[in-house]
Design a protein around this ligand. Sequence first.
Ligand code: PMP
Length: 409
Amino acid sequence: FMRNITHRQLFLSHVAQTSRFPLALEIDSAEGVYMHDVNGKKYYDLISGIGVSNVGHRHPAVVAAIKEQVDRYLHLMVYGEYVQAPQVLLAAALVGSLDSPLAETAPYGPINRVYFTNSGTEAVEGAMKLAKRFTGRFGFVACKDAYHGASQGALSLAGQAFFQENFRPLLPGMTRIRYGVVEDLEQIDHRTAGLVIEPIGGESGVRVPDIDYMRAVRKRCTETGTLLILDEVQTGFGRSGTFWAFEDFGIYPDILLSAKGMGGGMPIGAFMASETVMSVLMENPILGHITTFGGHPVSCAAALAAFDVIQSERLHEAAGRKGQLIKDYLGAHPLVKEVRGKGLMLAVEFDSFPLLKQIIDRLIEVGIVTDWFLFCDHSMRIAPPLIITEEQISEVCRKIIGVLDEIEL
Ligand code: PMP
């Protein structure tokens, strides 16, 4: 009976929808910066599945690593019981990437312990539990318009009113401050377990803070015994022009969060801290945190391959130049109010959501996928795979400008 029902109909009738405007494209295959739908139409993926495909779709090294692992074992045991080669090698690679002189600015020293999760949200949740246990406090400070996930804890931390209001009561002890405003940092005090903050605001529409602000953040956290929890779920793994965004801000976190681009297209996340901080999860009562699938060996193998591709090809360094090219192309158009961002994490601002929606719909017709931000609906997200070439950038930007010209007339 299914024969006459299209996949699109099944999608609309059986896959729970929470998006106002699901794209509903049916993709048959994807590689590099391209996706191909079931009708053979080719699309540029300019958002990397929202910051995931940093090394491109199906990078050959990632695919090979996955295949190799699939031929050995899939799942063995809940997290942390067995020595799994891809997991320990990934942990060592991540710790190596965090070996920085900046660690001296952090009160608890260099990050050398990795707890693997399945997603960014779970990394946030784990970090919140860790900060509560380490400090003995339950207060958290986070920024208005930040997005850290949709679970009870992450939702309680942050998000615009429309996102939170139907789910009250939320966790107690949450304070929201304005991103980038130094005076608001005074609200971090001796009751605050952790400040959860993005080094570049993602879903607020790519907000790049001043270096001075981030330094003040570090200072205030240290003064009040608050753990600085940097959410690099969106900024990490080369997206913003350095491997980790914090490197450019001259600060070092107490807990670092990663996910999204980390897995090269596979689900994985992590919260990372120094041994001093992380060790409280080992103290009594035992099982300070637990997960069945976190750090899945296939995801770890993919993540390790993605890590190596970014590091060996210095993709993060090229992201700065590539991002600047996009800024130069699109920033010159009269419909564009501003192009914000760093590396290949960009926001192109327009006057209104209806105008932007019209542009995005038209871009999809011409084979370019972009979107807007969760908490900034008049800015277009541009976050292509880091492997995008300069030729591809000029081709896609010319097409975007063609669409903007058409709309302007
Ligand atoms: N933190 C940030 C900064 C994010 O951008 C996101 C996802 N958009 C999350 C956390 C949540 O990650 P996930 O969707 O993998 O749970």
